[in-house]
Design a protein around this ligand. Sequence first.
Ligand code: ZN
Length: 142
Amino acid sequence: MREFAGRIRRGGFDLQRCAECGAFLWPPRDACASCWSERLLWAPVSAAGTAIAATALHAPLDAFFRAHAPWRIGSVRLDEGPVVYAHFSRDVVEGGAVRMEARIDFAGRAVLIALAPDGGRLEDDGDLVDLISQRGGDNERS
Ligand SMILES: [Zn+2]
C-alpha cells in the first residue's frame, strides 16, 4: 500500500500487474492472486469502471465520517478487472459507469474515489473535498 500511495503522490493511478499472466491486482500483494508469481510490476490503468453496489454509512465510528454522514461508499469493477471499494460522489449510481481518482486523504491514507464520468469534478463535492483536505480530519476530532 505504501508503494501505491507514493504513486498517487506523484500523480499516477497505477495498479500492480502480474508479469507472468497479465492479471491486474488489488489490493497490492506480494504474489499474483491468479498464478502465484512474484514477478509483479506497476502499470497505469484507465481509471474507468462500473459501480456494482452503493451504500451509505449513517453512523460511522470515525469522527470525520460521522460529521459527514451519511457517507457514500461502494464497490466498483475496474475495466481492467479488479473489484475495489471506493468513496462515492453524490452523482454515482449503481450499475453506472464511473471514473476513478486515487488520492491521499486527510489522514495520509491512499483512497479511491468514484465519480460519475460526465458529472461534476471531485472539487465540486464538498464532502470529498474535505476527505482529501489536509484539515479535513480536524472536524470534531478534538
Ligand atoms: Zn499471475
